[in-house]
Ligand binder design. Structure first.
Ligand SMILES: C[S@@+](CC[C@H](N)C(=O)[O-])C[C@H]1O[C@@H](n2cnc3c(N)ncnc32)[C@H](O)[C@@H]1O
Length: 185
């Protein structure tokens, strides 16, 4: 409960970049992760980790040889994420569009899977487009980019970048209910 209250306070203060006021429900987190193949992944990237509600569950699922890199621009959330202190976790206080140069610093060229809860509809159009395109560029063949949103507004943009290989899923047990974009390279 304490974590939820802390998230609420920070999210309200930064509504334009958080895009919500409560963390994802356990039902939504479960549905997101059920769409990821965690086997044989060298690198998994999470965008917009917030206070780590999805991050902690990803860490329970990854293999010992997998690295998880989180991108979070909010300094308070970044500091919370650092406290998770897991040897397979790298937390970055930088924006998602810098994906390529950031993973290269750690010796990675490709990402096996992306999990994103970025509030794309609240970001400047050029920024959201750059994030989707830059992510596609570094995604492994057959890799997945799983994004949740509260609308289907971004379906067209994702389909354009992912050559139409995008499916929709839906989780009603979240506030608000959420659509999942399941994009494959
Ligand atoms: C909807 S919240 C999701 C929080 C958490 N993952 C969850 O599911 O409850 C979106 C998060 O994205 C972060 N964010 C917004 N723009 C970002 C960007 N360009 N790069 C990285 N993180 C960003 C916000 O600070 C916020 O923590």
């Amino acid at each position: 409960m304490q974590e939820k209250v802390a998230f609420f306070k920070e999210a309200v203060k930064n509504f334009k970049t958080s895009g919500t006021i409560i963390p994802s429900s356990r039902f939504l987190v479960k549905r997101i992760l059920s769409n990821i193949d965690f086997t044989n992944s060298k690198l998994i990237v999470e965008f917009g980790s917030g206070n780590g509600i999805i991050t902690k569950q990803i860490l329970k699922k990854i293999e010992p040889s997998t690295t998880l890199v989180c991108f979070e621009i909010n300094k308070v959330f970044y500091n919370e994420l650092k406290k998770i202190n897991h040897k397979q976790l790298i937390v970055l206080n930088t924006s998602a569009e810098n994906i390529q140069q950031e993973i290269e610093k750690f010796g990675f060229k490709k990402v096996d899977n992306f999990i994103s809860s970025l509030p794309l509809t609240m970001l400047p159009k050029e920024l959201s487009q750059a994030i989707i395109e830059n992510s596609y560029k570094v995604l492994e063949e057959k890799g997945r980019f799983v994004q949740f949103q509260y609308s289907t507004q971004f379906l067209k943009q994702f389909k354009a970048v992912f050559n139409r290989k995008v499916k929709l899923d839906f989780e009603p047990l979240n506030i608000p209910p959420a659509f999942l974009y399941l994009c494959e390279k």
